[in-house]
Design a protein around this ligand. Sequence first.
Ligand SMILES: Nc1ncnc2c1ncn2[C@@H]1O[C@H](COP(=O)(O)OP(=O)(O)O)[C@@H](O)[C@H]1O
Ligand SMILES: [Mg+2]
Length: 403
Amino acid sequence: MHLKHLSLTNFRNFIRLETDFAAGSTILVGGNGQGKTSLLEAIHYLTGAASFHTASDRHLINFLALEEPSPFARLVAEIESQERIQRIEIRIVIESNSQSSEGRVRKEVLVNGLKRRMRELASSFTAVLFLPQDLKIIEGAPGNRRRFLDSSLAQADPTYAAALSEYQKVLTQRNALLKKSQEGRSPLDQLTFWDEQLCDLAASLIRGRALALRELDQLAAPIYSKLTRNKETLRLDYQPSFDPAPQPDGQLELPIDAALGRTGISREEIRKGMLEALERNRGDEIARGVTLQGPHRDDFRPRSNGIDLRLYGSRGQNRTAMLAMKLAEIEWLKQRTGDWPILLLDEVLAELDLERREDLLSHISSVTQSILTTADLSMFTEPFQDQATLWQIDAGTIAPRPE
Ligand SMILES: Nc1ncnc2c1ncn2[C@@H]1O[C@H](COP(=O)(O)OP(=O)(O)O)[C@@H](O)[C@H]1O
Ligand SMILES: [Mg+2]
């Protein structure tokens, strides 16, 4: 995949940007606060993902533009993928509205001039993002690991993205109902209706994630071994918040990860397993007013040489594991979609030691396009600089870097 052209209007500190991007590696060099992260954020936003920086689309619109009547931001990209060029456009518009002085944010997505849903972008444009804060995927709260899996899957599979957004809606409804039941204001049969909806979607998500994680595990393991010069191994296993396939009475229950690791656990088994789990925990859930089990509570466990990295990993091990997972994600997206994703790396080299830096750069050379930012060009080896396109970024403008 190749981002050939990017055009930004009123996006963060880019009032107006028109630029072509070459295939291969592009290095954006610039000091603090010049717009490096914002530029990668813009490109990543065009994949249909939410911003990795802010929950509010309003913050993406340039400050000054927000002061004008009918504020808006506009992002347009031309993407070449499998010999086809697509034009993706996102408009973020503030509409005046009588209820609030700030107005309402409306988003419009167009692919080749036709209106589309945000999540449909995923099939047109995929990217893998490397951020300094990615270490959270290994050592942070489970939500970080769920986001990693969900964002990879949503890019590869639009039906997964649809199920995910539907699940979130159903979960909100069900939680509201649990709160009501807590106050004795809601009949139980309504809850069983939502249970069915929830478990149906949950089964798709859990199965999708468990399969994807198994594929990622197989791709990441050899990469990690190579990065550690064959000293360490890496395993990733999915940990659902309930046992999706309890054994019949009288038998010992398998540990949860063994259950999911078994090949052939079906969507239907997961669905039934979760329905039973919800029934078992009905009292608890009503007392607490939230849904206690389901994919929104799941996790996965990264292990190196048998050690749980979430709890016992060293900084160095965790950085290497994170790198292996991201590099595996690139291969995985290529396998699933048939095309290399675009790589976006925001000042990540500074986080790595010299050896890992060279490992990473050698992996990057195999994809169609990568865009890297740095405040310090000397992070890159001479040969890498020589084959890359160099840009200087200053206060929301970019220009070829003088020799
Ligand atoms: N909505 C916005 N409008 C205008 N400027 C913004 C907006 N959001 C962020 N900025 C500014 O854009 C500049 C570039 O930020 P950033 O992309 O993080 O820089 P870098 O990654 O190069 O350090 C910062 O000075 C930031 O304050
Ligand atoms: Mg930055």
